[in-house]
Design a protein around this ligand. Sequence first.
Ligand code: AMP
Length: 278
Amino acid sequence: MKIAKTISAARAFVRDARRPIVLVPTMGALHQGHSALIRRARRIAGEKGSVVVSIFVNPAQFGPKEDFSSYPRPIEADESVCREAGADLVFRPEAAAMYAADASAFVDESRLSMGLCGASRPGHFRGVCTVVAKLFLIVQPDAAVFGAKDWQQLAIIRRMVRDLDFPVKIIVHPTVREADGLAISSRNAYLTPDERAAAPGLYAALRGAATRNTPAAIVREAERRIACIPGARLDYVRLVDSAALEPVRRLDHGTTLAAAIFLGRTRLIDNLQIPARS
Ligand code: AMP
């Protein structure tokens, strides 16, 4: 496994790499969710292709009051995870290598980014789109793997790829969970023992609500169940079309029940795909 810390080193790897090249973009602090994505990328690339993992805590996607400086950066452990999961290259640039101090060109998705997490994290998805576009241009992957856990991010990246004609196939990998149902996240490390004990209530609430028969009843039931989670404060719960992320009135096509809550100072997100019902 090779390491590239600069854009030119990554480009040199890509020049000689065997295709398909499959990219897994991450912010590091890698856990079993990330390693499942990397193993999936390895299977897609096959023995002959190339798996690239980027590790970059992207300042452009953090708000001024968010955890950019305290976000964990265990780089040696991360490199071991990448090696064990079958990566060929870890691209881990410094922020200064990715953004000029006076950078003024960005990629904006202007519709799907407005609601859900975008409403409480202004600028977040502009940061995500910009860095993913840059990674696509640097690594020139044939495919890229994203987790279903960040469903809005996935839908926005698909829209960006469609609208800007990036020649990259977007692969979605299911959310990897702890045994108690909590979606694995680097930010789970911030939870106190009491908060950690309460956290699986989010996924349980979504699952319990999904059994209701109308969109309004599903959302109401999710809100009611989230209100019963000790210490939880609701950010949002919405039932949306899985691709356009617009609110739905019917369940006759694939929908996504998405929610965000605060437990103490930690913001947790999760979602559930609800298959079409007649
Ligand atoms: P992050 O490092 O949090 O930016 O995440 C990098 C990628 O890993 C994104 O595509 C996430 O959706 C994905 N990911 C994070 N946690 C999980 C999980 N528990 N299951 C599946 N994918 C995940």
